[in-house]
Ligand binder design. Structure first.
Ligand code: NAD
Ligand code: ZN
Length: 357
């Protein structure tokens, strides 16, 4: 039985980012490291409002690609070469990519070694540097979860540092920060919550509290994505809540069929996590028939584009890669389809499913 930990403290509400300086006042002595999504590099309003002091360091996280172990190692080295006093606060401001990067850097500053040494479960031995997470796009639940997903391109392993030490000490959930997210991206990332929760609720590995988190997060997603404008002020706040609840839900349960197929797309074709999930949903008739109908209703209502046909006509070796990088995810697939999932997910079935997308 798992002894569960959640984020220790959180602030929520429009303008709550203005409390950052006060939150940092108990960590005044040393350097603060700000890791901010690259979108805010050209849009100075946010960075100009941050309480950055002369000894603090600001880095922009390039979210063009999802985090790799190499990227994290290089960023860590950069930080270590530049700080004047050992950092005592890390502030991650951005989407899943930036929030995960900040978690990994926090852990690595106090635990020796490289990012790849900690890919797995409970390998992080010491608490990281105190960290504050400030999401600027909602849906992955990275702000709430105990992992930070990274790809090791040498080994092909896409796995995070699953550890209680990875959980944020403090969150600031300020819906003003998600106003500028492009509509399609807002939908793809938002749907990550809906998909995490539907996979969890349809699985066999159940957890009473997780189920409650999932039901509430799905209900909020319905209210948001079936309304006239998913990006209204009220809906952006609701989606921040849904994302947080979805992250708590998934911390104690497993995903199902969608995430392994989406991971296959990511490894074989470089598709990003959230758009990959949406593309996968279009081919889930055999596994989640009710949910796929609701998914299309939401996408149509919001007028978003879901790319089609990306895995329709690929060379045979690509289908081999897609197959291998899908069925490798034993835990979620067994959660969804039982221990003998490989009898259902034959090479032909997996290939046919990718062709349907
Ligand atoms: P992201 O961080 O990858 O960013 C997506 C895009 O949105 C980027 O182009 C970014 O610049 C832009 N963006 C972010 N905020 C914006 C804003 N306010 N205005 C305009 N543009 C903005 O997005 P994501 O979908 O939240 O994160 C995906 C990542 O999360 C993947 O790396 C995935 O592996 C990871 N993930 C982590 C967990 C976890 O539990 N740790 C769970 C699911 C996914
Ligand atoms: Zn996800």
């Amino acid at each position: 039985m798992k002894n569960s930990k959640n984020v220790l403290k959180y602030l929520i509400g429009k303008g709550s980012i203005n409390n950052l300086s006060e939150l940092l006042s108990s960590h005044k002595q040393n350097t603060h490291i700000y890791l901010v999504d690259i979108f805010f590099k050209d849009n100075g309003t946010l960075t100009n409002s941050l309480p950055i002091r002369s000894n603090d360091l600001l880095f922009f996280v390039d979210s063009t690609d999802e985090p790799s172990t190499n990227y994290i190692n290089n960023l860590l080295e950069n930080i270590q070469n530049q700080y004047t006093t050992f950092p005592n606060a890390i502030i991650g401001i951005g989407g899943g990519t930036t929030l995960d990067t900040a978690k990994a850097i926090s852990n690595l500053l106090t635990n020796e070694g490289k990012a790849e040494d900690y890919q797995g479960w409970d390998l992080v031995k010491k608490a990281g540097v105190y960290k504050i997470g400030i999401p600027t796009i909602s849906g992955t639940g990275a702000e709430a979860s105990r992992t930070c997903v990274m790809t090791n391109y040498k080994t092909g392993l896409k796995l995070g540092m699953n550890s209680d030490h990875t959980i944020y000490d403090q969150l600031i959930l300020d819906p003003n920060l998600t106003k500028t997210v492009p509509r399609n991206q807002y939908f793809y990332t938002g749907m990550d919550t809906y998909i995490h929760c539907l996979e969890s609720l349809n699985g066999s590995h159940r957890h009473a509290l997780s189920d409650a988190f999932s039901h509430q997060a799905i209900q909020l997603c319905r209210e948001i994505f079936l309304s006239e404008d998913m990006m209204s002020d009220e809906n952006r706040e609701k989606l921040m809540v849904a994302s947080y609840l979805g992250g708590c839900a998934i911390a104690n349960s497993f995903v199902g069929v969608v995430h392994p197929f989406s991971a296959g797309l990511s490894v074989a074709l470089g598709t990003h996590h959230c758009i990959g999930n949406c593309i996968t949903m279009t081919a889930m008739e055999a596994f989640y028939p009710k949910e796929i109908e609701e998914f299309w209703k939401m996408a149509d209502k919001q007028g978003v584009d879901i790319p089609r046909g990306i895995a329709k006509n690929l060379p045979e070796e690509k289908y081999n890669t897609l197959y291998n990088s899908t069925v490798i995810h034993e835990k979620p697939l067994a959660n969804a389809l039982g221990q003998h999932f490989a009898d259902i997910l034959t090479f032909e079935k997996v290939k046919e499913t990718f062709k349907l997308m």
